[in-house]
Design a protein. Structure first.
Length: 669
């Protein structure tokens, strides 16, 4: 075989393609009236989608297209159903379909405004029980049937780019949506990123790619200093938002550019970014490989293929999954081809090449490409090989090819819970060791061992408090308000983990405080109380004491720092004044009109109590006696006493101790 491979280009192609298995070639079920079938192809969760336009003679449906769905039945892919949509007038034959995408269990489709819809409408349909159900409709306006430049979705994030000024197609904006409580809500929108003339970009199938951390957008029509050299815009997710992050210019400034940015890909681990550039002034199409270094993407490697020279749009579309990078190139008067690359620990190296057995120079094989598990689907939107019986062949019917990725002796696949891996015709969702025979090209079989490790999606519950002026960050999300939240994080294997956050706000609140004055004997008291929000609480007084209340205080200013269980603090200061504990009047006027002076009343401060009171006349006869806070009204045995001087004996209990006070009181009439 090695000798034969060196004899001719034809044999080289045969040997490089040998380990690929062309499983099937599929067409539109209404092939006689369908054009450009395969301008977009996608495979997701065991279902294939291919788009196709209606032919010119279908006058009622001209300007429309069908979304054709296929599913696996045994070893064969069979037509399942189709859906109708109004389409953009942009040429989908070569440029791909940029308003349809199937990924992550969703079908994204844009219907151009017609009699039913006054606005271009973007539909997000979620797969449920084998069918797609509309989950959200987004009205996006209407502009000459080409308002959308591209779109993509990853897990709970979705974005699209649209022309934002109907009078100027060079002005566009990116819109970002987040799935919250089963609703897609607009989170952010950004205008053009960069310092050159804005341009809505050349539409294609594979320009927009999103991971849990980055979004990359290729724009092959961007100008740099008046030269059409293309660029790639990178958004990064920070603090729960995608934000403009890095602008990657063409690494080689050319006079007319080479479609740098016609396609992009990014690895799930965010380490490698790939940019296609299929037309070049030096006639060498390339794929530029960038690597994440110090949180920036820097040029790492250039991929190119000798077979792709002289009329192959190498890099037009790319697909990356499970470490397998597929780069396609349709042909300009030359048969298209697809190359497979894998990272060997040092660089990306070519492993194989795909070409169908009946490939032609004009079928645009490779205009679009997608893969899932070991299955690859490739669009050939200008294929003209299908016809009924001996009838004529209509050019541009289109087709899609289904291949098996080159078999490896041993597959070690890491999978997240909820995902699946298609191993030959079996969809596997559980960990284990599997052995099967995969069909290789030309009927040669290969025995493959699969070691599948399914990582669970752990759920973590966090009950915590933060201070009222603080925040908590989980992943890229920052929380400042009390409530219950669900946060999706990535494990070390890139799988989702769910964090249930029950967040409380610790706000230390003081209730009314009681301050007792110092009566000259160090008798002051500070009695505080707080709202029980996040106990236990610790107290640090300026006196060194650590209780909630302090006593035995001389007059002065005292401060306390209160800390709750979460370490949140509240600082307060209190003033203990000085005061007299009681005041004994020296006269009273029972028959007067002033209520204050109508009785012999002792005025005592807080925490000062009268234990007993005795009143004597000038001859020593006791005319009044009481216990507690009672007062003499100037009578004895019901009779008003004569005005004059009387003697008193009062026992008073205060924080400074018990005292017996004697003196004279003048009764006035």
């Amino acid at each position: 075989i090695i000798i034969n491979c060196s004899l001719s280009m034809f044999i080289v192609v045969f040997c490089n393609s040998f380990s690929f298995g062309q499983i099937q070639k599929i067409y539109a079920p209404n092939v006689d009236s369908s054009l450009y079938f395969g301008s977009y192809v996608g495979i997701d969760r065991g279902k294939i989608i291919a788009t196709g336009d209606f032919g010119l003679h279908e006058t009622k449906l001209y300007g429309s297209e069908r979304l054709y769905f296929f599913s696996k039945n045994g070893k064969e892919w069979q037509y399942l159903e189709n859906k109708y949509k109004r389409k953009t007038e942009f040429n989908a034959t070569v440029d791909g379909n940029f308003t349809t995408r199937m990924d992550n269990g969703y079908l994204i489709s844009v219907n151009v405004a017609d009699n039913q819809y006054i606005s271009d409408t973007l539909f997000l349909l979620k797969e449920q029980n084998g069918d797609f159900v509309v989950q959200s409709e987004i009205l996006i306006g209407a502009f000459q049937g080409r308002i959308i430049s591209g779109l993509c979705l990853h897990k709970d994030w979705f974005m699209y780019r649209k022309i934002d000024n109907q009078s100027d197609s060079s002005v566009y904006k990116d819109y970002f949506y987040r799935l919250l409580d089963e609703q897609w809500l607009l989170k952010d929108s950004f205008s053009f990123l960069g310092d050159d003339r804005s341009n809505q970009g050349f539409p294609s199938t594979e320009k927009y790619h999103m991971t849990d951390r980055f979004l990359v957008i290729g724009d092959m029509t961007s100008y740099d200093n008046g030269r059409k050299n293309g660029k790639v815009e990178v958004y990064k997710k920070e603090d729960g938002h995608f934000k403009p992050y890095q602008l990657i210019r063409h690494p080689e400034i050319l006079k007319r550019g080479d479609n740098f940015g016609v396609s992009t890909e990014i690895s799930d681990d965010n380490q490698f970014l790939f940019v296609g550039a299929f037309y070049s002034i030096d006639k060498i199409p390339k794929v530029y490989v960038y690597k994440l270094v110090d949180d920036k993407f820097v040029l790492f490697q250039k991929l190119t293929e000798p077979e792709a020279l002289g009329g192959v749009a190498y890099g037009n579309s790319m697909s990356l999954e499970n470490g397998v990078l597929l780069v396609s190139g349709y042909g300009f008067y030359k048969a298209g081809m697809i190359f497979q690359y894998e990272f060997d620990g040092v660089k990306w190296v070519r492993k194989a090449k795909i070409q169908p057995q009946n490939n032609t120079d004009f079928d645009l094989f490779g205009v679009s490409i997608d893969q899932e598990g070991e299955t690859v689907v490739v669009g050939a939107s200008y294929d003209a090989t299908y016809h009924k019986g001996n009838g004529p062949v209509q050019e541009g019917n289109g087709a899609a090819y289904i291949f098996q990725i080159p078999a490896r002796d041993t597959l070690n696949i890491e999978l997240c819970e909820g995902g699946s891996y298609t191993f030959n015709d079996t969809v596997i969702t559980t960990s284990g060791h599997y052995v099967d025979t995969l069909m290789a090209s030309y009927g040669v079989d290969s025995v493959v061992q699969l070691y599948l490790n399914v990582h669970p999606a752990p759920q973590v519950e966090i009950d915590t408090f933060i201070c009222s002026d603080d925040s908590i960050k989980i992943g890229e999300e920052i929380f400042t308000e009390e409530g219950e939240y669900e946060v999706m994080l990535k494990s070390s294997y890139g799988c989702d983990s769910i964090v249930q956050l029950n967040l409380g706000i610790s706000d230390i609140e003081l209730l009314d405080s009681t301050i007792i004055s110092d009566y000259g004997c160090g008798s002051g008291v500070i009695d505080i109380s707080i709202v029980e929000n996040n106990p236990p609480y610790a107290y640090d007084w300026s006196t060194g004491e650590q209780g909630e209340d302090i006593s035995g205080l001389p007059k002065g200013t005292y401060s306390v720092t209160i800390r709750d269980k979460s370490g949140c603090e509240l600082q307060r200061s209190f003033i203990v004044p000085d005061s007299i504990p009681y005041l004994i009047p020296n006269a009273f006027f029972p028959s007067g009109t002033d209520e204050i002076n109508k009785s012999f009343k002792i005025y005592q401060a807080q925490n000062v109590h009268i234990e007993s009171t005795q009143i004597f006349d000038r001859w020593g006869e006791k005319v009044y006696e009481s216990e507690g806070d009672e007062y003499w009204d100037g009578s004895y045995k019901g009779k008003a006493q004569a005005p004059g001087v009387y003697l008193y004996k009062i026992v008073i209990d205060s924080p400074c101790g018990k005292e017996t006070k004697t003196g004279q009181i003048l009764l006035l009439r």
